[in-house]
Design a binder for this molecule. Sequence first.
Ligand SMILES: *Cc1c(COP(=O)(O)O)cnc(C)c1O
Length: 402
Amino acid sequence: MPDLTPSPDTTLIHHPYVPPAGFAAPQPGVYKASTVFFPNVAAMRAREWKDKSAYTYGLHGTPTTYLLEERLATLEGGAQCLLVPSGLAALATVALSLLRAGDEVLLPDNAYGPNKDLAQVELAHYGIRHQIYNPLDRADLAAKITPATRLVWLEAPGSVTMEFPDLPALVGLCRARGVRTALDNTWGAGLAFAPFDLLGDGTLGVDISAHALTKYPSGGGDVLMGSIVTRDADVHLQLKLTHMRLGLGVGANDAEAVLRALPSLLLRYRAQDQAARGLAQWLAAQPQVVQLLHPALAGSPGHAQWQALCGARDLAAGLFSFVFDARYSQAQVDRFCDSLRLFKIGYSWGGPTSLVMPYSLAAMRSAPQAQLQPGHLVRLAIGLEAPQDLRADLAQALAQAF
Ligand SMILES: *Cc1c(COP(=O)(O)O)cnc(C)c1O
């Protein structure tokens, strides 16, 4: 018999100690793997990963990613969830999975900008066409649906200009015309309204809810991740197979960061919402400001539609835009942004730090925006700082710039 006693370096890799089972603590363990071991060849051959009944390879899921997917599906009222490396990857995966050459996708004019770029450049390379519709005009969407239309993107409210569409009407129209709907649900975060039950009676919902977990679910400004939630097992499987073929995975530490932040999601969302509404009302009363764009504030474009969909829960994200009077120069608006001390200049939102970003609408929209006052648009994302400190910061920056 050869001596099978391993050398110490081998023992460090194949160590016999197994910790006791039954460890319980507030946060789940973090499982990291590319390779996953099979107990024997038969188990390897019989491997099944599509239904989450087993593990095969890190890219196809670990206990950490399965847990996060299940919690997110519950959050949005869906049945299945897929994790992807960013919110934009969620939008791209939906498009690449569901669209074929010759198909057409419709996007709202106020869609998240990179989703429009995806359609204009990448999807065009694959022979997939797109059209832009006015999300405030149901008839415009109705007129743009053709026999080639396979997917309609929705956003509520739209990015930057914050108009809230009549989501049930748009989804109902698409449903009647047999076209799939995909909602970019980053703003609602699964909290402000139920994307799969828009009327509250179980009769109407979107087919797909894509979400940038980068924003509120992460809550830290330190994670990039996206989710794709569905209610239909066949749609989920189609997305999952594309996800596999594209090799999209997320890191366990990032998944853990989101799992850790989920218990405080509603508390943070509500706090940032309340602070944002207070600051928006204060800004609306300032003489330099000609328009507030916050769907929960009366007078904002789509306020009635927000009220109808989100009024019962009375929730909105802590994100809004406003318009400085056109008589000011861009240099003054830039000085306002540069003069802020607590508000940092940066993209994204949902983290602890308040953010400011000036936008130039001319480059972002395909049609003139009748609902907007002329002037300079600035977007604020409210963090978790004390609201009175944020208001003082806005006041001192206004005084410096104008
Ligand atoms: C941020 C954002 C995304 C993209 O998320 P990333 O994780 O930054 O790629 C998509 N849609 C909306 C509405 C967003 O605000």
